[in-house]
Design a protein around this ligand. Structure first.
Ligand code: GLC
Length: 444
């Protein structure tokens, strides 16, 4: 009895020590650094829910019976899906990586899996592995592939006990529940995803929060057996990063801190109450319209001004922007989304050096805009029309000041007493972010 007790304590201690003692490998650290340079990725929410054109939560929101919902797969035939066209568009947009929903909360796998037929290859008339096609097309375009992967599941019977969601979809509660089998299922799928599709930049988990009413966040780490899951990922692909959209401070084994619908440090979404910004690479995800999955009505788009402002603001906090599009059920990207992505690409083509490879700027966010920096260069992103910018004195001589878009020289003065004053040239109102580049004698 005493022995067993001691053994339990010892194994618990061991667990805590090894979880806290997570030391990222060199490959992982290098991948984190690369990720931190990339600054712009595309999020894709696409699945059989797209056919209902009402977002990716439709099954749960409308309490659609899980067996009836699964029949959607019989009609999923995205005849116009063309991975090369997607990749060309994302490249034109200036994206460095794509995060694809390999399996969302509805439990349908958008890739070939041996775990069940509820997947795009075995369960639809389409029968093609879109993940494979996308992986190949992205690789040709030098764009990395990341996978969104849902912890939460509204389909499987072994997802038991249920958490907060999925109570109205008709599963016989608890009948065949077997949590261990669910955990094993996920590990098998992660192994497939990390074995069959070449190098994967990151696994982006979501749905961990489904069980947060029943457990403390500390307990959740064990309930989901995150230690084993993270270790598996890092073992299969040491340079694959891990992000978990759990809305709290990162756990050991995670490499990216994601912020849902907020730039780091803010909480306009309400998801991030008290969430501290860590020293890990940061990423903000946001929708191009209002929804993640395809929605045919009632999902107003953001303007190009709002999107570029968001990109500049995330970069100014040292974070990447993961911007979501929801493809239609036929496999095409909605026209407005595609047009906005192209406009982002056009702006980035000219102003990209003020975003890619930069770190948070030393000039804090002000009325006029935000700043980023890289080496000797400081970029002032003028987001609101102004003819003068005043920033605190920097003890490092400015050797030139130009407008990034066309090299127009910009007048400035730099004095200890008055700080740095910049005369912003008049610029076209339609420019979403007018960048002034200050070059200094030494690195900032
Ligand atoms: C939320 C939603 C999910 C979406 C995700 C993207 O967690 O549950 O549908 O995929 O946000 O950030």
């Amino acid at each position: 009895m005493k022995r067993t007790f001691l053994a339990i304590i010892a194994s618990l201690l061991c667990l805590t020590v090894s979880a806290q003692g997570y030391v990222p490998t060199e490959e992982c650290l290098k991948a984190r650094q690369e990720f931190n340079q990339e600054r712009f990725g595309i999020f894709i929410h696409w699945g059989i829910y797209s056919m209902l054109a009402d977002g990716e939560w439709v099954q749960n929101r409308k309490n659609i019976d899980y067996e009836e919902y699964a029949l959607l797969a019989n009609a999923f035939y995205p005849a116009k899906f063309n991975a090369d066209e997607w990749a060309a568009l994302f490249r034109e947009a200036g994206a460095k990586y794509v995060t694809f929903t390999s399996r969302h909360h509805d439990g349908f796998s958008m890739f070939k899996t041996a775990t069940s037929d509820f997947n795009i290859v075995d369960g639809t008339p389409f029968g093609r592995d879109v993940v494979k096609e996308l992986a190949d097309a992205l690789a040709k375009n030098d764009i990395k592939l990341h996978f969104y992967y849902s912890h939460l599941d509204w389909h499987r019977l072994d997802y038991w006990p249920l958490g907060r969601e999925g109570h109205g979809v008709g599963r016989p509660e608890g009948k065949d529940g077997d949590w261990q089998s669910y955990l094993e299922f996920m590990r098998t799928q992660l192994t497939e995803l990390l074995t069959n599709y070449g190098p994967i930049g990151a696994i982006w988990f979501d749905g961990y929060w489904d069980k947060k009413n029943d457990y403390s966040y500390k307990e959740l780490y064990d309930v989901w057996d995150m230690e084993a899951e993270y270790a598996l990922i890092h073992k299969l692909q040491p340079s694959c990063l891990v992000a978990n959209n759990h809305h709290v401070a990162p756990y050991p084994g995670e490499d990216i801190q994601p912020f849902e619908r907020d730039v780091p440090g803010e909480n306009t979404s309400g998801y991030l109450t008290g969430t501290k910004v860590s020293s890990l690479p940061l990423e903000t995800c946001q929708t191009i319209n209002k929804d993640w999955g395809y929605k045919i009505v009632g999902s107003p788009y953001k303007t190009i001004k709002e999107l570029i402002t968001l990109l500049a603001r995330t970069a100014s906090k040292g974070a990447n922007l993961l911007l979501n599009v929801g493809p239609r059920p036929d496999g095409t990207i909605p026209d407005r989304s595609a047009a906005l992505l192209r406009e982002m690409g056009a702006w980035l083509k000219v102003n990209g050096e003020s975003i890619y490879g930069t770190v948070a700027g030393c000039v804090p966010e002000s009325e006029w805009g935000v700043s980023t920096q890289n080496g000797n260069s400081l970029y002032l992103h003028v987001l609101k029309g102004t003819d003068k910018i005043e920033i605190p004195y920097i003890d490092n001589k400015i050797v030139s000041a130009v407008a990034l878009q066309d090299g127009t020289p910009v007048k400035f003065s730099q004095k200890k007493k008055t700080g740095i004053v910049i005369d912003v040239p008049a610029f076209d109102e339609s420019c979403p972010d007018y960048v002034v580049k200050l070059s200094f004698r030494k690195a900032l």
